[in-house]
Design a protein around this ligand. Structure first.
Ligand SMILES: C[S@@+](CC[C@H](N)C(=O)[O-])C[C@H]1O[C@@H](n2cnc3c(N)ncnc32)[C@H](O)[C@@H]1O
Length: 224
């Protein structure tokens, strides 16, 4: 996938492959991830235990999702761990609108966006996509990781406003945020149905074990 790499590291004489992105801001490590040099280029190791998108890729996702120059709407930016890697991938010709409801998380996100200029941080509630209409324009890709009970509806609402027809979306579903006691598989089935009924064509999905328990990522195409 363009902008996403597997680098081979040697440790105690053994080769190990790690997911990585090329560092857009040389020497800058965002969340303590190792920086490594390969053929004169600096890469940031993208840790699947810290990022569900990384976990999905490590578990085999190879579809069309973010590339240099992409426009991305990211719901649930938190402190910017995954956002920072998306920023590396899309480069200086792309843009990420990073929506986050918590002002505490936003404070940390702002220290990332001070360095990485392709991120537009927005302190906003993703349940109200109309509230950021003046700041966000149409995007190629929508990523949603808000760990909320009404996630699928929130994802669809944002797709209706901002995702271009034929654009791609990805939603990380945490079963326990939707129903603490239900069987996660039942929760996932219910979310799949809601997404399909809302105009989202599911293309690929994966549970995220061993990186995250009771989480599923669903990827697909917006037909709305
Ligand atoms: C699991 S964390 C996201 C982690 C992040 N995506 C990453 O990989 O680095 C979920 C985030 O969603 C935010 N959130 C929850 N409800 C939200 C809402 N309605 N609108 C925007 N953000 C929300 C939380 O404050 C939290 O920071």
């Amino acid at each position: 996938m363009p902008g996403i790499y597997f680098v081979t590291l040697l440790e105690a004489g053994r080769a190990r492959k790690e997911l990585a992105t090329k560092n857009l801001v040389k020497g800058y490590s965002v969340y303590g991830e190792p920086l490594v040099r390969v053929n004169g280029e600096e890469y940031r190791i993208w840790i699947p235990y810290r990022s569900k998108l990384a976990a999905f890729i490590v578990k085999g996702f190879r579809g069309d999702f973010i590339r240099p120059g992409s426009r991305v709407l990211y719901l649930g930016a938190a402190q910017g761990t995954t956002v920072s890697h998306v920023s590396d991938v899309i480069g200086n010709t792309g843009i990420i609108y990073a929506i986050e409801i918590s002002s505490r998380a936003m404070t940390e996100l702002l220290s990332v966006t001070a360095k990485k200029k392709n991120i537009v941080p927005l302190l906003a509630d993703a349940r109200r996509p109309e509230s950021y209409m003046t700041n966000v324009s149409q995007v190629d890709y929508l990523y949603c990781d808000v760990a909320q009970p009404n996630q699928s509806e929130l994802f669809l609402q944002n797709a209706r406003y901002y995702l271009k027809s034929g654009g791609k979306g990805m939603i990380a579903i945490k079963a326990r945020s939707i129903d603490v006691v239900a069987d996660p598989r039942k929760v996932f089935a219910q979310e799949r149905l809601a997404l399909k009924a809302g105009g989202f064509k599911i293309v690929q999905e994966s549970e995220l074990e061993p990186f995250e328990k009771d989480h599923l990522i669903i990827y697909g195409e917006w037909k709305g």
